[in-house]
Ligand binder design. Structure first.
Ligand SMILES: [Fe+2]
Ligand SMILES: [Fe+2]
Length: 288
């Protein structure tokens, strides 16, 4: 993989956005807001895991190439973290409460104290967790871009600047989806632990997403509206819904010979970035 570019997104989040910014749809808005709430803690964890893993690389040419992509990965995730932090500050002003971020931080603290920092090669556990989350974000990213302006486009009527923010984030998640996985494999990570952490993360991520989405709807006073539940069922279980479309790429991760490049289409991210080139500028790869 060539060096990953780091971009600055030309959006202005200073003026905030509407309460139901995602096409006036309470459920889709609450769901996306929940994901955003997890990003600052989650993406910092990915950065730390990948940075720690990169320290274990040696001077082999393939390891050197990986070290280059790590620099870009860190730069991209740091930019996402920053923008979602600004986004989340507006959610706070709208009266939503981020329970997910602090809970994830506490869980991580416990994990580091009991396992990651005490076991031999603890960095491999953190990389396996990161690779699993990166698979989810890449799936969400690929599906977001695949359906752009098609039936099932989750952001079709989303207000700016959030439509651009989500699609740009989707493109970069798709672009850097192999980095944590490649590091894990290059450093000797095995399939059994990759699957253990994948199963754990799948369960945890699903529960965390649902809990925070329901909490957001509660504070939004839309939790008990039939239209919210109708939209939620359609978004999750409908013909173009998340569960149906994510099932095959999720299953693919279980194959022993799986690699992230086997799912999704890299042209989707490249096309979006090219067609929206006026919305971002290149800032180079951030120093790791
Ligand atoms: Fe990200
Ligand atoms: Fe990522």
């Amino acid at each position: 993989m060539s060096e990953l570019p780091v971009r600055r997104l030309a959006i202005d989040l200073s003026r905030g956005f509407a309460r139901h910014w995602n096409g006036g749809d309470a459920f889709r808005t609450a769901f996306c807001n929940a994901l955003s709430m997890s990003f600052p803690v989650g993406e910092q964890f990915f950065i730390d895991a990948v940075r720690e893993g990169a320290k274990q690389l040696d001077n082999r040419p393939e390891h050197q190439a990986l070290r280059e992509t790590v620099r870009g990965f860190i730069g991209q995730e740091a930019t996402h973290r920053h923008l979602h932090g600004l986004y989340n500050a507006h959610l706070h002003k709208q009266g939503l409460i981020n329970h997910w971020g602090p809970r994830a931080a506490r869980r991580l603290e416990t994990g580091r104290r009991r396992m990651f920092s005490t076991s031999d090669k603890g960095y491999l556990h953190e990389l396996a967790i990161t690779a699993a989350y990166e698979h989810f974000t890449a799936i969400f990213g690929d599906l977001t871009l695949e359906s752009a302006d098609q039936p099932g486009d989750w952001f079709a009527q989303a207000d700016e600047p959030l439509q651009t923010l989500w699609r740009w984030h989707a493109a970069e998640e798709s672009e850097h989806k192999s980095v944590a996985f490649d590091l894990y494999v290059a450093l000797g990570g095995n399939h059994a632990w990759r699957m253990r952490w994948f199963n754990y993360v799948l369960l945890q991520f699903t529960l965390d997403t649902l809990r925070q989405t329901l909490n957001n709807l509660w504070h939004d006073r839309t939790l008990y509206k039939p239209s919210t539940w109708l939209s939620g069922m359609r978004f999750l279980f409908g013909r173009h819904g998340l569960v149906r479309r994510a099932a095959a790429p999720l299953r693919a991760y279980r194959r022993p010979d799986f690699h992230p490049a086997q799912v999704g289409d890299p042209a989707l991210a490249a096309n979006w970035l090219r067609q929206n080139a006026e919305r971002w500028t290149l800032v180079g790869a951030a120093a790791s």
